[in-house]
Write a protein that binds this ligand. Structure first.
Ligand code: ADP
Length: 417
């Protein structure tokens, strides 16, 4: 039996097919074309179908379940046939939060939805600009792409729906949300990876999927990337060393500190908590090319730490682990020796990472016992040793980091649902 995970990212889509042993059988990619940029939904639909066509037909015939992840808070408004009524609103497209003013007494203070990019603010913006018609459906990108395969409208998952205000603890929409005038367009929310329906007849005919192939609810891109690491026990964490430093920790307890950008997603009976710092690879990139990073890192004597104490940022302002919008970058003194300078930067980012996990633990999260690493900095072995020193836990490179792989795991685990 085979399982297909599809990741819709910012520049294109990727599909990964795994077998019962969670080994990758085939991977396919498709970049978004420059055509249809004024009709994003069509671009996604075309990309989805082209991606499915690229999977060898013999593989397609064996696929038992499919799941899709999209970018969090990328949303659509559709009519009763699933046709988008409006251009989708992308994950990073901020809407003016003054829209919330008229609902100030209804929406709880310090709620996650009170951000200019939350799904709820986008939905209220559509309401405010009178775009919501009777019988409309509000969906996230992953929900809509799933609909194209199974044909059922109005279904979402509780990862995508968190920033819509769904109560993931009690598995319902909170009463305050139900009193908002957008109540009628809210999707039904299911656990991620729940089988919704078998693939619809047209898709079976067109792509030769087996008739019993099931389409499951999806997740968001960053949770899919976490799942890809294989982390599944409380205390397991994934640090992403990309342009920014992103921490995710699986915890028995749910923790929130919205002003610091800390919140928790539900993962079965556990909580996936974390935060994002503005430090990270973008600062390294500012000073060093990738090849230089690799060569100079190999020359670091990790047994001889520097006394340099930086807070590497490209511009003032930090949210996590220190919540200070005016925090000034600290990058002085710069030693003449480049290896020493790089070592100072890597040590300082490692200290911020350790401080981040300490902060999550201080708020009540399960202590870190095992750390996986993803992103461009993951391959740096000396950095892993430096980080292990500050973090005092084993640091491993994630064997898989692709979101599509994590989503394929979700499709495979749907067999148990
Ligand atoms: P993103 O997807 O967030 O843009 P990536 O995961 O692709 O980022 O990682 C890119 C970052 O990785 C760059 O900022 C770069 O400085 C950093 N990077 C690349 N090679 C190394 C290395 N050998 N050691 C440390 N960092 C590295």
């Amino acid at each position: 039996m085979l399982f297909l995970g599809i990741d819709f990212g910012t520049s294109g889509a990727r599909g990964i097919i795994i077998n019962d042993n969670e080994e990758i059988i085939t991977q396919v990619n498709h970049s978004f074309s420059n055509q249809n940029t004024n009709n994003l939904a069509k671009q996604w639909k075309d990309t989805l179908y082209l991606l499915l066509k690229e999977i060898p037909i013999d593989v397609r015939k064996e696929i038992k379940a499919i799941s899709i992840n999209g970018t969090s808070s990328t949303v659509l408004l559709c009519d009763s046939k699933g046709e988008p009524i409006e251009q989708p609103i992308l994950y990073n497209e901020a809407k003016n939060v003054t829209i919330l003013d008229s609902f100030q007494t209804i929406i709880p203070e310090h709620h996650l939805v009170k951000s200019s990019t939350s799904s709820l603010v986008k939905l209220l913006w559509w309401y405010h600009t009178k775009k919501i018609k009777p019988l409309a459906y509000f969906l996230h990108q992953a929900d809509w792409l799933g609909f194209l395969l199974h044909g059922k409208l109005g279904i979402s998952d509780y990862h995508n729906a968190l920033k819509l205000g769904y109560d993931v603890e009690n598995l319902c929409y909170p009463d305050w949300l139900k009193t908002l005038p957008i109540n009628s367009v809210l999707p039904q929310v299911l656990p991620p990876g729940t089988p919704v329906e078998t693939v619809n007849h047209d898709i079976v005919q067109r792509f030769n999927f087996p008739k019993h192939c099931r389409v499951c609810t999806g997740t968001t891109d960053s949770i899919a990337a976490f799942l890809a690491s294989g982390a599944k026990h409380p205390g397991e964490a994934v640090t992403s060393l990309g342009s920014t430093l992103v921490l995710k920790l699986l915890s028995n307890t749910r923790i929130e500190d919205i002003s610091s950008g800390i919140y928790s997603h539900r993962l079965g009976n556990l909580w996936l908590t974390g935060g994002a710092s503005n430090t990270g690879g973008a600062v390294l990139k500012h000073f060093f090319r990738d090849e230089a990073l690799e060569q100079l890192s190999q020359q670091i004597n990790i047994n001889q730490p520097t006394t340099l104490d930086y807070y590497p940022l490209l511009k003032p302002g930090e949210r996590f682990p220190i919540n200070n919008p005016n925090l000034v970058p600290k990058l002085e003194p710069i030693p003449e020796n480049k290896v020493e300078f790089l070592q100072g930067l890597l040590e300082s980012i490692a200290k911020i990472e350790a401080l981040g996990y300490e902060k999550l633990q201080a708020l009540g999260a399960t202590p870190v016992t095992q750390l996986y690493t993803a992103g461009g900095g993951a391959k740096n072995e000396n950095w892993a040793k430096i980080r292990q020193h500050y973090l005092q836990v084993p640091v491993k490179i994630s064997s898989q980091t692709e979101a599509a792989y994590g989503t394929a795991l979700l499709a495979k685990r749907s067999q148990n649902n």
